[in-house]
Design a protein. Structure first.
Length: 268
């Protein structure tokens, strides 16, 4: 099975919105991190989420992926509410993510990091795989092959046996993307994927994200502070400030919005 077949293995669904936030609010004590945010993400879009530090972007990602539950409001995926599901249940439905602070298994190899993610969809499960009970060995061979294909996709197949902690920052980012793809997502969330990259690497990353979207028929959401990358890559952009949605639209529209200029890009 090719990487594209691996990632896009779940049934097709009707065209239209893939994700829909309805009045999402998240409070932490007296702090409102996300305040009554509503938006839709269309199937196949590259959707950007920007805003100053502390605007609530990562909190919103955590709401989408089940790491935290909303204080009020709903998060819908393909018309079904996922607001109260646990992270592994959200992932099983087809939503995968990377993190602002990379969360690889540092002492495991690149190959093992990707293989672990595939066990979510395996028939024998993690425990049989660990014990080597049938039918795990045959399935493990298939998982290993698919994982190597994904490592090749991100340019790391020649380093499959190296520990993740030995990788440079940019390669750890690529490995984390490979692991997310191993979950066979329909929606891929990228939290600051260009952090720490130089201009050339950011340009290559932009091309790579488009390639992933097209090759795997993905919907992509990304948080990113590098405004030129977002403006050149995304189909639409949402802007948060102090937890509130202050702008939503195409890049040309958003970058000229007075509220965005003042809150994020900087007013004169």
């Amino acid at each position: 099975m090719s990487p594209a077949e691996l990632v896009n293995a779940s049934p097709e669904y009707s065209a239209g919105s893939t994700l829909e936030a309805k009045g999402l609010t998240r409070r932490f004590g007296g702090l409102i991190a996300v305040n009554n945010v509503s938006f839709t993400v269309k199937k196949g879009e590259i959707f950007g989420l920007i805003g100053p530090n502390g605007a609530g972007k990562t909190t919103l990602f955590n709401l989408v992926t089940g790491l935290i539950s909303p204080s009020s409001g709903q998060m819908l995926y393909r018309g079904t509410e996922v607001s109260r599901l646990r992270p592994h249940q959200v992932a099983a439905k087809g939503i995968a993510r990377t993190f602002q602070n990379i969360r690889l298994f540092a002492n495991l190899s690149a190959l093992e990091n990707v293989m672990i993610a595939q066990h979510l969809h395996s028939c024998s499960g993690v425990f049989k795989g660990v014990l080597g009970l049938p039918p795990a060995p045959q399935e493990e061979r298939q998982i290993r092959q698919r994982s190597m294909e994904l490592l090749a996709l991100v340019g790391l197949s020649d380093r499959a046996d190296e520990q993740a902690q030995n990788f440079a920052y940019g390669n750890q980012r690529r490995l984390e993307i490979a692991r997310a793809l191993a979950l066979q997502p329909q929606v891929l969330l990228l939290d600051e994927p260009a952090a720490g990259m130089n201009p050339k690497e950011k340009h290559q990353l932009s091309d790579f994200i488009r390639q992933l979207r097209d090759q795997f028929n993905l919907t992509v959401l990304l948080i990113e502070h590098h405004v030129p990358l977002v403006m050149g890559l995304c189909d639409r952009i949402a802007v948060l400030d102090f937890g509130q949605l202050i702008a939503l639209g195409e890049p040309a529209q958003v970058k000229t919005d007075p509220a965005v200029i003042e809150a994020y890009l900087g007013a004169e």
